[in-house]
Design a protein around this ligand. Structure first.
Ligand SMILES: [Zn+2]
Ligand SMILES: [Zn+2]
Length: 385
C-alpha cells in the first residue's frame, strides 16, 4: 500500500448557484436556476450533489495510475503484466470499494483480473496487475481497463463502472535486441510516454520512469448496465431525476409530483402524516372502508414507516420496513427485503387483507430512460385522512 498523492477538490458537476442553494439542507430546488437539487445518498457526510449521470464526485473519485517503479522490470514476451494502482481521491473520508476489474485488447472479450482486496480508504492507493497478452508482434496494441467501484452508505450502495484506454506500442527487432514496449495513456499527453526496453536493448529508458502515468477514467454506463451494476436491464434504467407522479391519493398525503428530493433521497411510505401535512413521512397510506371512511382496524396493520422508496443504481427500490411486510405481484416480502420495482408491478401493503389496498407502478420510458413513474392508489382515495 502506498499513499496516493494528496486529495484534490472534487470536480464540480452542477452550476455554482445549485451548490449555494444546497447549503440549505432542506432546499429541494435551486433558488436561482430552478434545477432540482439531487443529493448524494451520503449527503449528510459529503454534502455532494449528483452529476446528471447520478455520480457524486465527492464520494466517487477513483484514480488509475501505471505504477512506474515496476515497469522497468516488466518482461516482454507472450504476455506482459502491467502494474497499476487504483487510488481513492475522495476529498472527504469516504471509502471506495473496488469490486471487479477487467481488461481486454482491442475489441476482444473482457478478461477479469484477480483482485485480492476491495476497500480503499480516502487517500489510499492499492496495486493490481493487468495482464496484456499477445504482445509478441511489433506494432500498436490497445488495452482497455474496466473497473467496477461501489460507494456505500448504511445499507445502500451505488455502483459504477469506469474505463481507461492504454496504448502499448511494441517496437524493435525481436531477434536481435528484444522488443521495446511503449506505454501511453489516453490522458498522458505528448512526451509523457514510458519506454520499456527488452533485454539486450542498447537504448536507454527515454524518460524518467519514477513518474506514474495517470490514465483518465471515464464513466462506462453501457458496461454498467451490461454487467448488471446499474439499471433494470441493458436497455432500461431509472435516473435519479425521474419524476414521481402520485394518483388516487389526497394531495396532502404525497409529495408534489417531481423527482425524489428528500435530504436522504428516500420516501417514507406508511401510516404517519406526510411532510406536506407537517408529519415525519412522505406518502401516507391508510386503509378505507367501503363507504370511503378510514378503516381504523385495517390501517393499524400498516406501519408508520411501512416501506421506503428510493432510486439506487438506476432502479426504483422498495425496501420493506414494517413488520407486516408487503406483497408485490402476489408474493410476500418481509422486513429488510429490497425489491427493484418494474413497470406494471402491484404493491399491496396489507399482506393479510386481500385486495384491500394496492399501489400500481407505471413507467413512462423515453429512449430506455424512465422519465416518469406513476404510482396509483387503488382504490383511489379522495378524502383526507
Ligand atoms: Zn442552480
Ligand atoms: Zn457523496
Amino acid at each position: 500500500m502506498t499513499a496516493a498523492s494528496s486529495s484534490v477538490l472534487p470536480r464540480r458537476t452542477q452550476a455554482v448557484c445549485c451548490y449555494t442553494s444546497a447549503m440549505d439542507k432542506d432546499a429541494t430546488y435551486c433558488g436561482e436556476c430552478g434545477k432540482p437539487l439531487i443529493r448524494c445518498m451520503a449527503a449528510e457526510e459529503c454534502g455532494g450533489l449528483l452529476d446528471d449521470q447520478g455520480l457524486c464526485t465527492v464520494c466517487v473519485a477513483p484514480q488509475l495510475m501505471i505504477a512506474p517503479g515496476a515497469l522497468t522490470a516488466a518482461k516482454v514476451g507472450s504476455a506482459i503484466a502491467l502494474p497499476i494502482s487504483i487510488a481513492n481521491r475522495s476529498a472527504i473520508e469516504r471509502p471506495l470499494f473496488v469490486t471487479r476489474l477487467w481488461s481486454r485488447e482491442a475489441a476482444g472479450a473482457w478478461r477479469e483480473e484477480h483482485l485480492g482486496w476491495e476497500r480503499l480508504d480516502a487517500g489510499q492507493a492499492r496495486p493490481v496487475t493487468v495482464t496484456a497478452s499477445q504482445l509478441t508482434r511489433a506494432g500498436a496494441h490497445n488495452i482497455e481497463i474496466l473497473v467496477a467501484v461501489s460507494s456505500r452508505w448504511r445499507w445502500r450502495e451505488e455502483s459504477y463502472a469506469f474505463s481507461a484506454d492504454l496504448r502499448l506500442t511494441v517496437e524493435g527487432d525481436e531477434e536481435k535486441s528484444g522488443p521495446v514496449v511503449t506505454i501511453g495513456g489516453e490522458s498522458a499527453g505528448h512526451g509523457n510516454t514510458i519506454y520499456i526496453s527488452g533485454q539486450g536493448d542498447k537504448r536507454e529508458v527515454l524518460q524518467a520512469t519514477t513518474e506514474a502515468i495517470e490514465l483518465e477514467l471515464v464513466r462506462a454506463e453501457r458496461e454498467e448496465r451490461r454487467l448488471g451494476l446499474r439499471g433494470l436491464s441493458e436497455t432500461l434504467w431509472i435516473p435519479k431525476n425521474t419524476k414521481m407522479v402520485w394518483r388516487g391519493f389526497p394531495k396532502e398525503d404525497t409529495p408534489p409530483d417531481g423527482p425524489i428530493l428528500t435530504p436522504d433521497g428516500i420516501l417514507a411510505v406508511g401510516r404517519t402524516r406526510s411532510r406536506r401535512s407537517g408529519g415525519p413521512g412522505d406518502v401516507r397510506l391508510l386503509a378505507e372502508t367501503p363507504d370511503g371512511g378510514i378503516d381504523e382496524h385495517a390501517s393499524r396493520l400498516i406501519s408508520r414507516r411501512h416501506f421506503e422508496l428510493y432510486i439506487e443504481c438506476n432502479r426504483l427500490i422498495l425496501r420493506v420496513n414494517g413488520s407486516g411486510g408487503v406483497r408485490i405481484n402476489g408474493e410476500a416480502y418481509g422486513t429488510g427485503k429490497e425489491i427493484a420495482l418494474r413497470d406494471g408491478d402491484r404493491i399491496e401493503p396489507l399482506v393479510k387483507v386481500d385486495g384491500a389496498l394496492a399501489l400500481t407502478v407505471r413507467f413512462q420510458v423515453e429512449h430506455g430512460s424512465v422519465a416518469e413513474v406513476t404510482i396509483t392508489r387503488v382504490p383511489s382515495l379522495k378524502k383526507g385522512g
